[in-house]
Design a protein around this ligand. Structure first.
Ligand code: GLY
Length: 579
């Protein structure tokens, strides 16, 4: 490793650099989609078409986000949903922003120890499979609040495409079919889910076959006609409560009747002059992205280069410190006093930089707080309209196809979001996250999330819309896309496609996507004390938009397309569509 780079890292602990990139980055990626009036990027091509049609018909970005939310519930059932929950970050054309939290809440009958056996140990699968894993769903209330408050079109107009795809069916492509094949065994365990998502011979639907969901069409039609009451106060809630009661669940009618969306102030911070707007608690996403960016701001990433051992070193150390805070200090703001201002303080970031050894890997166990003991199955979409309203939505069932259960007659897959709570301090959840008391289960509490729907602005104008699924890795996926554009000069597609690294404090490993680092970089990092986990599969499915050009260089030159969209090349059925 050249000495001058080492010296730069060491020196950057006390000063901020403004250096030109050492080298340009030329990643191999298709060209981003272009649009002059609007852009919709989702993980399923039919849902992208639904969104772009809404924009063409005069709907705004919120209208398109609502229509896409319902459409994905039909054509992307492993993560799109009305039986789960999520977050919507909106940056309006006038620069104001807001955040809708329609994530699941714990049932009123939930208890802190509900997933532990008599000896106090977690019961395997209890927070993941079946009705006990289900949190009170929020998607219908959230999408409807967004439409009523900030949309222009009628609920019937926005829900019609989803109802059509459920009633008449849609033809599966390779990406769609792969998601069914991967979850066939799980879906087979619930007769109502199997009746919808598996063929009469018990096999999953394949490429070119049509999936029809008449019960879901009827549920969507009832919501379209009667609004949220059809879900929270009517036959749908009754059916879910009844099915859960018969199969070990604790959801009751008051859980549905008392569900309320929270409209919250988004988290904001600056990074090298860009304004980041992202998810506040009950998500950890925005806070932790900002904390990591604040630490990275003191290092000359653009000079150190994309994928270099030095860049990976400082990124991993920033992630390590930030995930300690994520896993120990954050929780639902109605229950926990989140230290957001401290975590977002640039002085706090400077203190973290002071602790990072420029030459050696940190040790996670040394950062253990006192008293402390992947999914790819969420989905994110990004939308911008002709007026410049930008909407980022991440919503989820948690695991693929959620809890794997459907209440008879509803066609609605239910989430297993309860697994995002701390089952027991110190015991890892589905994503290997080792969490603490701040995220303990309490009735009506929302589990801490990593979902990070984010809008970046520059000089008061929208610059980037970005987010991803990926469980605990959502934060680092979103962060890396931002850094790849701002520091490494990649275009939006390259920034999303570039190989990823991830560290989350515990386990103390650097996860690396296949071919993410060269063998000599791996050796350099191992020599610094890092434990690399060279993954055999990729993670995440980011969906992003860049405004004014496909890359910073094109934006600076002028003349680029107004909107540039990119769906992750890892998302087999997704599409970026502009017009
Ligand atoms: N269920 C994944 C998350 O919310 O972070």
């Amino acid at each position: 490793m050249p000495l001058n780079r080492r010296t730069l890292i060491a020196a950057s602990l006390s000063i901020t650099f403004a250096l030109a990139p050492l080298t340009s980055v030329f990643a191999a990626s298709p060209a981003p989609a272009k649009g002059e009036h609007g852009m919709v990027v989702t993980a399923q091509h039919l849902a992208s078409e639904v969104g772009i049609d809404v924009l063409k018909k005069g709907g705004n970005a919120v209208d398109a986000a609502v229509a896409v939310g319902y459409a994905l519930a039909v054509v992307y059932p492993n993560a799109g949903n009305i039986g789960g929950g999520g977050f919507m970050t909106i940056r309006f054309k006038d620069g104001k922003s807001t955040f809708l939290d329609f994530r699941e809440r714990a049932p009123l009958a939930a208890t802190k120890t509900m997933y532990l056996d008599k000896d106090g140990n977690p019961v395997k699968g209890a927070s993941l499979d079946g009705y006990l894993a289900v949190g009170v769903p929020g998607s219908v209330a959230g999408l409807e609040m967004a439409r009523e408050k900030y949309g222009k079109l009628s609920r019937q107009d926005l829900m019609a495409p989803a109802i059509g795809y459920a009633r008449d069916g849609f033809i599966l492509n390779q990406g769609d079919a792969a998601s069914f094949a991967g979850s066939a065994d799980r879906l087979a365990k619930d007769p109502a889910a199997a009746a919808i998502f598996l063929k009469p011979d018990g096999k999953p639907y394949g490429i070119g076959e049509r999936l029809v969901q008449p019960d879901l069409a009827a549920s969507l039609a009832a919501i379209s006609e009667k609004g949220t009451d059809a879900f929270y106060k009517g036959a749908i809630a009754d059916a879910i409560v009844k099915a859960g009661g018969a199969k070990g669940g604790i959801l009751a009618k008051p859980d549905f009747e008392q569900y309320a969306v929270r409209e919250l102030k988004p988290v904001t911070c600056t990074y090298r002059g860009y304004e980041i707007t992202s998810s506040p608690p009950p998500s950890s996403g925005g806070v932790i992205i900002c904390e990591i960016l604040n630490v990275l701001e003191g290092y000359p990433l653009s000079y150190l280069g994309a994928g270099s051992a030095d860049t990976v070193h400082v990124m991993v150390e920033a992630m390590r410190y930030a995930y300690v805070d994520r896993n120990s200090a954050l929780g639902d703001p109605d229950f926990v006093d989140n230290p957001v201002s401290k975590l977002l303080d640039k002085a706090y970031a400077r203190d973290i930089r002071d602790k990072i050894d420029p030459f050696r890997a940190g040790v996670s166990q040394d950062l253990m707080p006192k008293g402390f003991g992947e999914s790819k199955e969420t989905t994110h979409y990004s939308i911008i309209d002709d007026e410049g309203n930008a909407v980022a939505v991440t919503y989820t069932l948690n695991g693929s196809f959620g809890a794997g259960v459907v209440a008879d007659g509803t066609g609605i897959l239910l989430n297993n979001e309860m697994d995002d709570f701390t089952q027991k301090p110190g015991v890892p959840n589905l994503y290997g996250l080792v969490q603490g008391e701040a995220n303990a289960i309490q009735p009506k509490k929302t589990p801490l999330s990593s979902m990070s729907p984010t809008v970046v602005a520059k000089d008061g104008k929208p610059f980037m819309v970005i987010g991803s699924p990926g469980g605990s890795r959502i934060i680092t996926i979103t962060l890396e896309a931002i850094v790849n554009v701002i520091d490494h000069g990649m275009n939006i597609q390259e920034a999303i496609d570039a190989p990823r690294i991830h560290h989350q404090w515990l386990p103390d490993k650097v996860y690396v996507e296949p071919f993410g680092l060269s063998p000599d970089t791996e050796k350099l990092l191992a020599g610094m004390g890092y434990h690399l986990d060279l993954a055999d599969q990729t993670w995440g499915q980011a969906a992003g938009i860049l405004v004014g050009g496909k890359s910073l260089a094109e934006i600076e030159k002028g003349g680029g397309a107004r909107y540039n969209g990119a769906i992750d090349s890892r998302a087999a059925s997704g599409e970026a569509l502009g017009y």
